[in-house]
Design a binder for this molecule. Structure first.
Ligand code: ATP
Length: 585
């Protein structure tokens, strides 16, 4: 046992070095914090968000809480950022403080230091148990927060619906339930955190009590001087403080890691789940350069001319399909379709018959469970999905509109060269889509902000903007999913005349319920419960008096005529629409 002379000044020298070390760590941390955080922000945004975007559509279909994903990205990213930029450096700082302090204590009096350290194993075991518990609790807590955020977001973004039906209480109830669940998890976590951190601090300060007790004994026996005991107690207080703070930071770090575990699982998961690899397919482009050139023309004219590169022939060969979220329900059953280069094909039939699903498969949002889809003879399952998608333009049923201006929305579908589109080409596309007059009637014209999901536009205006977007993109393949369903009959008729020039020489597949749209097609395919019931030209299908198509048109014509007798003057057959209920009849 070492008996230190207080006048030797060794304790003082150690104190200075020790405090200098701590000071350096603190300064380094402060000066680096800003730069480090901004760098981490960028890394996090890229690292965490991109893996989500690269997930196949099936991932979102089958995720247990798809609505909570956006909340997960924002909340969990913030948690991880705090864990690595705040809690981890602080924990390292306090650990250095504690280790440095203990080293000095060992030098001053190793027996007293050992007595003081006797509480450390208990603290370590408690920390391990706590970290296991808090990780689980934090994961559940974050999941419940994501659900609560989702319901709040849903209520706020559908405020018109809840108000129209006077069911604000329903929105309130859903939010209350989800926030109630997160409150319960939060409470459990607060209790765990409180017990551990309170206990850890108590143990740390108990070690000082032990120092006083054993130090007094050593002093009395003459093994320790008053000076050494005094400096020992000072260090012991510092170490106790460092250990208490370390337990706080370690706890917060584990909580953050636990809370972000769901997101880390997704982000770090091997990209096996990407479209191609999921199906054991090559990600490289397996079509020849010539074929790729046909599919992806880089040298597209800058104006909206009708000239295009050669459109592909599209073949579906005995295609079977079930959605990943409902693997036991067959949606497409042995579907074989051949669409020639430049042909316009309409898909009609009852709701839920699988028409939109065919478009999803052509875009490779999903892969067929059996059968093949060929573009110019090449199996698209062996092609890079980006190559396929880049030659396709689609207008969906919901006419997706992003926040931003009208011009942004028209040019956004050509991400790689969006900035290259001249104002003239955007205006020309808008004119063909017959939305130009409306746009220039607005005070800000093409710079008009449309609000989230285009809430400041009518359904028809959204559809026309989506069509202008497609026109600007100039794809070789055009997919239309009830693209003009929100237009009135007269507007649709005049639009079709203008649009006829755009689809000229492109391969077009359109899902249509309106007869006016169907009549634009060279060929009509009638879908019924996931298989092809009939196909042919409008005239040939009408000639089959017992066929589904003739039946649909007859029923529609009779019903429409009956309606006209009562409410309106007759209109041409071209303006008659096949409604969902009629198709079901
Ligand atoms: N993501 C999905 N997950 C599971 N099932 C789906 C999904 N999307 C569609 N379905 C189901 O697949 C079937 C075919 O849907 P699809 O949208 O292709 O029909 P549709 O013929 O286009 O109908 P509509 O004319 O009403 O648009 C439907 O029974 C539908 O419920």
């Amino acid at each position: 046992m070492r008996n230190r002379n207080p006048s030797s000044g060794r304790g003082l020298v150690f104190s200075r070095s020790y405090f200098r070390l701590v000071h350096c760590v603190l300064r380094c941390e402060d000066s680096c914090l800003h730069t480090r955080e901004s760098a981490q922000l960028r890394v996090f945004d890229l690292f965490w968000f991109l893996p989500f975007l690269s997930k196949p559509v099936a991932f979102f279909d089958t995720h247990p809480n798809p609505g909570g994903l956006s909340s997960m990205v924002s909340v969990d990213t913030a948690l991880l950022r705090a864990a690595t930029s705040l809690h981890l450096p602080m924990a390292v700082r306090f650990a250095i403080q504690a280790v440095g302090g203990i080293a000095i204590l060992l030098y001053v009096s190793w027996t007293l230091a050992l007595v003081m350290s006797s509480v450390f194993p208990v603290l370590a075991v408690a920390a391990v148990v706590y970290s296991m518990i808090v990780r689980k609790l934090s994961r559940s807590y974050q999941t419940s927060i994501a659900a609560a955020n989702f319901y709040a977001e849903e209520a706020l973004s559908n405020v018109r619906f809840f108000k129209s039906f006077c069911v604000e209480s329903l929105a309130q109830e859903r939010c209350d339930v989800s926030t109630g669940v997160s409150y319960l998890w939060g409470k459990k976590m607060a209790i765990a955190v409180g017990i551990f951190q309170g206990g850890a601090e108590w143990l740390s300060y108990m070690s000082i009590v032990l120092v006083f007790w054993y130090g007094a004994k050593l002093l009395k026996d003459g093994h320790l001087s008053v000076g050494d005991l005094t400096s020992f107690v000072l260090y012991a207080v510092l170490i106790a403080h460092a250990l208490g703070a370390l337990s706080h930071q370690a706890g917060d770090f584990m909580r953050a890691v636990g809370g972000a575990e769901d997101m880390m699982d997704i982000a770090l998961a091997k990209q096996l789940s990407s479209d191609s690899e999921e199906n054991g397919m090559a990600t490289d482009v397996c079509i020849s350069d010539a074929e790729a050139g046909n599919l992806l023309s880089d040298d597209r004219p800058s104006s909206i001319a009708s000239e295009t590169s050669i459109p592909p022939q599209i073949v579906l060969e005995h295609v079977h399909f079930e959605y990943p979220s409902r693997p036991n329900i067959s949606v497409l059953n042995d579907v074989s379709i051949e669409v020639q280069k430049g042909e316009v094909v309409a898909l009609v039939g009852a709701s839920g018959g699988g028409k939109s699903t065919i478009l999803h498969l052509l875009l490779r949002l999903y892969n067929p469970s059996a059968g093949r889809i060929l573009f110019n003879g090449s199996d698209i399952a062996r092609m890079d999905e980006k190559v396929i998608r880049s030659c396709i333009g689609i207008v969906n049923q919901d006419s997706t509109i992003l926040s931003g201006t009208i011009a942004d929305n028209i040019r956004c579908a050509s991400a790689s060269n969006a900035s290259q589109h001249s104002a003239e080409s955007i205006i020309q596309a808008a004119k063909i889509a017959q939305i130009h007059d409306f746009i220039i009637s607005l005070p800000d014209g093409y710079d008009t902000v449309v609000g989230p999901r285009g809430v400041q536009l009518s359904g028809g205006q959204k559809q026309r903007i989506a069509i202008a977007r497609l026109i600007l993109r100039q794809p070789e393949v055009i997919l239309l999913d009830e693209a003009t369903s929100a237009l009135d009959a007269e507007a649709e008729h005049s639009f079709q005349e203008a649009f006829a020039g755009v689809i000229q020489g492109r391969t077009v597949i359109m899902v249509a319920h309106r007869l006016a749209t169907v009549q634009m097609a060279d060929r009509v395919i009638v879908m019924d419960k996931g298989h092809i019931a009939q196909q042919g030209t409008h005239e040939s299908l009408m000639a089959d008096s017992s066929g589904i198509y003739r039946n649909l048109v007859d029923k529609q014509t009779i019903r429409q005529s009956a309606r006209h007798v009562v409410v309106a003057p007759p209109v041409s057959t071209a303006d008659v629409s096949i409604t969902q209920e009629q198709l079901h009849d």
